[in-house]
Design a protein around this ligand. Structure first.
Ligand code: ASP
Length: 600
């Protein structure tokens, strides 16, 4: 055997033993008469010493070693001399005195240093040489963590009686709000498979098959513009259960996440107890359905007060159906004019027309003595002192506080103010990065109005059941219908979405009719599910937590989900390592009966 011990397992218990190691030369240092290398393998690093007195040949060969060469080493485990221990690595109390060295393979000089400190390397280059990038300790640890989390998930769910069942990748469109990736069929010319945007219909069919508790670590493919931290393919823990209600699914997920965080990582603490918050409530208080609950700083609805103001900047948007909201931040009147301008600019780049502010002097002893001199405000000329006072009263501001106000359409106000809230919390370090504040968001609307398409779209997906009592609203006020839909959010991110499903054909058809599917497209796209629902489909529901985002949240170093995926794509959907997407040979196109039209 080339290797019998991992680098990180070289500990004092093994003192005096002769072991065989193998790995990569991480660093080499020559100290007249002695050569040291840090040897790296999957487990970590150990120091190896080449001493002329132990083996002349190894000592001489060691002088030729270069970073990233692959070597095997036979040697004796010894304690490091006092004062040279390294407490930051598991093997740091020991070193290995080499008696035999073999070079297993040489390496070209890598395009970047294999070190966590070389993070400023251009991402294109990192992805072009991803196999080297993954050698870095931080990246390596992320992938190991991912394995541990997934292993835990499998064990947890298996113990609870879930079955892991694979579903096909070559299938048919399942709408999840994105475009499909399609694959041409050679055997059936002119026809296509679609890669699953999620195994939604398949897992529902498995419930009709009587499996009752299904899960899968499922790859989902969504052809969408890569806004922010997204990938064209992502991994989700796909879950479906029969004979459950919303609480059953949420409890399972709460237990699963708690178990993972308590057992797999030691750098995270759960704060709060997974509260269930209604969509309307969080939209009002935080302006978003993915609130970061690690800090307070709730938005204050000022619409009622602003309505009667003398200032058009407040009344105009409200008269047009908009709203006014404020953020009151104690102590933030310390911000300089420049910092305030910065916040105004922040809002403007997110679609806001402007941001008003009212700062209250910290010198003021009590709010009751407030005069116009105690105010620093962008609106002091357009609001009366009484109006300013009523805003201060309403927001409960104290001396030293800063009040930020926006009036606009509810969409713009909520988008800008929710992001501003996060931005201020980040700048002011209002939370501890190790905290995880989970919450379930419930009572979502069934449909959202889509301005671009000028029609109603499902907020989750069309298989989601409305609340039983809301079915009557479908014909009269669909926007008021509430869904049996729940999301899991954490630290301002959506981690999972799920719902109790419609399990009657008649009802699912009602939704499809409402969304404008004609009889033919209903059958063409959903015929298999509609039919199955007629053969004794049990009531069922499920959820699908994203794995990539969860791992990103659990690591200290991942800046994007790309840092927890072994071979991710760039923001433009390409893979610089394989050079994909790429052209395919003409013969292959012909075989598939595909012609490429002019591309401009
Ligand atoms: N299929 C859904 C999704 O991918 C999750 C679910 O409803 O279970 O978001």
């Amino acid at each position: 055997m080339i290797k019998d011990t991992n680098c990180s397992d070289v500990i004092l218990d093994k003192e005096g033993q002769t072991i065989n190691l193998a790995g990569w030369v991480h660093k080499r240092r020559d100290h007249g008469g002695l050569v040291f290398i840090d040897l790296r393998d999957n487990s970590g690093i150990v120091q190896v010493v080449f001493d002329q007195g132990i083996s002349e040949k190894s000592y001489l060969d060691a002088q030729t070693l270069r970073p990233e060469w692959v070597v095997s080493i036979k040697g004796k485990v010894m304690p490091r001399p006092a004062g040279t221990e390294n407490t930051r690595i598991p093997s740091g109390m020991c070193e290995v005195h080499c008696s035999e060295l073999e070079v297993l393979n040489e390496s070209k000089t890598p395009p970047f240093e294999i070190s966590d400190d070389s993070d400023n390397t251009d991402e294109q280059i990192r992805l072009r040489y991803r196999y080297l990038d993954l050698r870095k300790s931080a990246m390596h640890q992320n992938i190991i963590l991912r394995h541990n989390v997934v292993k835990h998930i499998r064990e947890f769910l298996s113990q609870k009686g879930f079955m892991e069942i694979e579903t096909p990748i070559l299938i048919k469109s399942t709408p999840e709000g994105a475009r499909d990736f399609v694959v041409p069929s050679r055997m059936n010319p002119g026809t296509f498979y679609a890669l699953p945007q999620s195994p939604q219909q398949l897992k529902q069919l498995l419930m009709v098959s009587g499996f009752e508790k299904y899960f899968q670590i499922a790859r989902c493919f969504r052809d969408e513009d890569l806004r922010g931290d997204r990938q064209l393919e992502h991994t989700q823990l796909d879950i479906e259960m029969s004979f459950v209600n919303e609480d059953d699914v949420m409890t399972l997920i709460k237990d699963l996440y708690t178990e993972i965080i308590e057992n797999v990582v030691d750098n995270r603490t759960i704060v709060g107890s997974f509260p269930k918050l209604s969509y309307d409530d969080v939209m009002d208080k935080y302006g978003t359905d993915k609130p970061d609950l690690r800090f307070g700083l709730e938005l204050i609805n000022l619409t009622e007060i602003a309505k009667t103001s003398s200032a058009h900047v407040l009344t105009n948007p409200i008269n047009e159906g908009g709203i006014a909201k404020a953020l009151m931040i104690p102590g933030l009147n310390k911000y300089s004019r420049r910092q305030l301008d910065d916040l105004v600019a922040f809002v403007k780049t997110r679609g806001g027309k402007g941001l008003m502010y009212i700062g209250i002097s910290e010198e003021l002893s009590t709010i009751d003595n407030l005069t116009i001199e105690d105010i620093r405000s962008s609106v002091s000329k357009i609001l009366t002192i009484d109006e300013i006072k009523s805003i201060i009263d309403f927001t409960n501001a104290s001396p030293g506080s800063l009040i930020l106000i926006m009036a606009d359409s509810s969409k713009v106000v909520n988008t800008c103010m929710s992001q501003l809230r996060n931005e201020i919390a980040e700048r002011e370090e209002l939370f501890d990065k190790s905290e995880m504040a989970f919450a379930f968001i419930t009572n979502f609307p069934v449909f959202e109005w889509d301005d671009d398409m000028n029609n109603w779209q499902p907020s989750h997906h069309l298989f989601t059941s409305p609340l039983e009592k809301d079915w009557d609203l479908l014909d009269t006020s669909p926007g008021d219908m509430r869904a049996r839909h729940y999301d899991l959010v954490c630290n301002g991110m959506e981690l999972a979405s799920g719902s109790i499903r419609i399990h009657s054909r008649e009802k699912l058809e009602k939704i499809l009719d409402f969304l404008g599917y004609d009889d033919e497209s209903k059958i063409e796209r959903f015929g298999q599910l509609l039919e199955a629902l007629e053969y004794g489909a049990p009531p069922h529901g499920g959820i699908a937590p994203g794995i990539d985002r969860l791992i990103t949240l659990l690591t200290d170093n991942a800046e994007s989900i790309r840092d927890v995926i072994a071979f991710p794509k760039t923001q433009s959907g390409s893979d610089p390592l394989f050079g994909t997407p790429s052209l395919i040979p003409k013969e292959q196109l012909e075989e598939l009966h595909i012609m490429i039209s002019e591309i401009d």
